[in-house]
Design a binder for this molecule. Structure first.
Ligand code: HEM
Length: 223
């Protein structure tokens, strides 16, 4: 039986809400990572204390579980919706110009999302896995030295390049993702259209550029 809860609209709404939640996660994650700009031992001490708090506080642990669930839900739903819309239109649009039908990013959301998933696997293996399951050394204050693990990783040009390229991908994914989420959630009315556009453009530029500046800053500082 087809109900609202099995409808495409419900799935699109859940995909949008999980996406918006993940943008909020990104903003928080970015704010925490800004501590990597603090120079010397003060930065090391502060970042490792922050990482300790983030892995031991029960409220943060609950938020982490919600974040992992939102990622899985978002991936499964958007994957399903992409397959569904491809099956509904087996013949591609005869003309698919960027301006008339849809933008380059919207046509390639599945590719951008898959690239981000690959980035996430590399990223979590490097830092999250090391923090939770690796044999990380302690700093002089007795906390796991995630600061040194993170900073050392960004001494490698190839690793910095992966981050910079992935942040371009993130920007394109966020641009189309946020625009279509606001559309699905009903915020893109005539009245709100220009403010929604301003919010989207601001986030789409600010989040990826600031994330990318962290590995670039650490790499340049080390040359
Ligand atoms: C310069 C950029 C970034 C740096 C330096 C960074 C750093 C880190 C570090 C050190 C951790 C491990 C924290 C811990 O387990 O306590 C972590 C976890 C994580 N990162 Fe990043 N990150 C960056 C960008 C990103 C981006 C762009 C995404 C998503 C697209 C992302 C998604 C995650 C997720 C989902 C976790 C696991 C969070 C949790 O366990 O609650 N990170 N990151």
């Amino acid at each position: 039986m087809k109900t609202y809860f099995t409808s495409t609209l419900f799935r699109k709404t859940l995909a949008s809400l999980s996406g918006v939640f993940l943008v909020l996660f990104l903003a928080g994650h970015l704010a925490g990572n800004l501590q990597l700009f603090i120079p010397g031992e003060a930065g090391q001490k502060q970042f490792n204390e922050y990482a300790f708090f983030m892995t031991t506080n029960p409220v943060v642990n609950l938020l982490s579980i919600i974040t992992y669930s939102a990622i899985i839900l978002h991936v499964l739903l958007t994957f399903y919706l992409t397959i569904q819309s491809r099956n509904a239109r087996p013949v591609k649009y005869a003309v698919s110009s960027g301006t008339t039908n849809s933008s380059w990013a919207s046509n390639n959301m599945a590719v951008l999302g898959t690239l981000l998933l690959i980035f996430l696997v590399i990223h979590l293996r490097s830092f999250w896995y090391e923090m939770h399951f690796g044999s990380i050394e302690k700093d002089i204050w007795g906390k796991k030295d995630l600061y040194t693990v993170t900073v050392s990783a960004f001494h490698e040009l190839w690793y910095v390049s992966i981050y910079v390229i992935s942040m371009v991908v993130l920007g394109l994914h966020l641009k189309h993702g946020l625009e279509s989420a606001f559309q699905t959630l009903g915020f893109r009315t005539r009245k709100y259209s220009s403010s929604i556009k301003a919010i989207t453009t601001g986030l789409v530029l600010l989040i990826p550029i600031t994330f990318a500046s962290i590995p670039i800053f650490i790499y340049i500082k080390n040359i």
